[in-house]
Design a protein around this ligand. Structure first.
Ligand code: ATR
Length: 287
């Protein structure tokens, strides 16, 4: 019988996950489909019951339900447990629902594609201390990164994360001052994501030109933060890699197959009007 998967969110109509997973199902000759399901806050339990009744094999969970889904699951993997956030659910052969979180590990894979495994020894600074930052910090720690610090507007939230991961918690002003110490900088706040949230979360004037600068936002592909880093001559990691790898790891959770992430990146970049030329990303309209 044809299998089916879904992504639950609110909003969800803009999600690129259905097209990405359907493409991978086709590429791997798996007879399955993947649909977006709009689930308003407060209706997660009902949605889970419906998905089970209708025979879904698994689903992704996106904003704002990553925490709210937990009471409706039977077990969590260690990262989802530590983060108290789930982005992937698998219906096990015995019908139990297993929640996992591929966001942080997806980011680490994307980072290491650019930085290599030696990145583990580098000093890392995460900007922001929300759910995404916490997932990335925990995934970095699980992967053996040794120096992970966090800076945030509200220092207490940074302290909460570094309480689990080690590393220092800094204010944005302290981080700005000491930015030159870090070789990997990871931007996780919504600042610079849209014109309504223009600007940078912190000034980059002390940034080392050798540092690798990453952002988790992929729309726009080049946030103001990444543009400022590029203008400073830094290498960058855009958020599209994290999106693709979190999806690839979810796909593996469901099918046992790690799908082709390179071809997916080319495809999504083209759709978004970009292309990778000699290791650099260019806007097609600029050429
Ligand atoms: P998510 O869970 O998706 O990561 P979040 O929990 O809303 O998102 O976290 C957003 C992060 O961006 C927080 O660290 C927030 O800082 P506070 O903890 O002080 O709220 C940070 N952030 C949001 N707007 C900001 C701004 N204008 N300047 C600096 N940091 C900002």
């Amino acid at each position: 019988m044809k299998k089916w998967y879904a992504v639950l969110g609110d909003p969800v109509s803009h999600s690129k996950s259905p097209a990405m997973h359907e493409h991978w199902f086709g590429e791997n000759a798996i007879d399955a489909s993947y649909i977006p399901v709009h689930v308003p806050a407060g209706e997660v339990g009902e949605a889970v019951r419906s998905l089970r009744t209708l025979g879904a094999s698994g689903w992704n969970v996106t904003v704002p339900h990553k925490q709210a889904i937990i009471p409706f699951l039977d077990e969590l993997d260690s990262l989802a447990e530590a983060m108290q956030a789930v982005n992937t659910v698998r219906v096990m052969p015995d019908g139990r629902l297993r929640g996992s979180n591929t966001d942080g590990p997806g980011f680490v894979r994307s980072l290491e594609q650019a930085a290599g495994p030696a990145a583990k020894e580098e000093k890392v600074l995460i900007v922001g201390a929300g759910g995404a930052a916490s997932g990335i910090a925990l995934a970095l720690m699980q992967e053996g990164y040794r120096h992970v610090s966090v800076c945030n507007r509200t220092v207490g939230k940074a302290e909460y994360i570094t309480g689990k991961t080690g590393g220092e918690a800094l204010s944005l002003a302290e981080a700005e001052e000491r930015l030159g110490e870090y070789r990997i900088l990871i931007q996780t706040t919504p600042v610079g994501m849209s014109t309504a949230r223009a600007g940078l979360p912190l000034g980059l004037h002390n940034l080392s030109p050798d540092a690798l600068v990453a952002d988790i936002v992929y729309s726009p592909l080049h946030t103001e933060f990444l543009k400022a880093a590029m203008a400073n001559g830094n290498r960058i990691v855009d958020g599209l890699g994290m999106f693709i790898f979190q999806g690839a790891l979810a796909f593996r959770e469901w099918t046992g197959i790690l799908p082709d992430t390179e071809k997916m990146r080319e495809r999504l970049m083209r759709e978004m009007g970009y292309s990778d030329v000699e290791g650099k990303t260019k806007e097609l309209s600029e050429k």
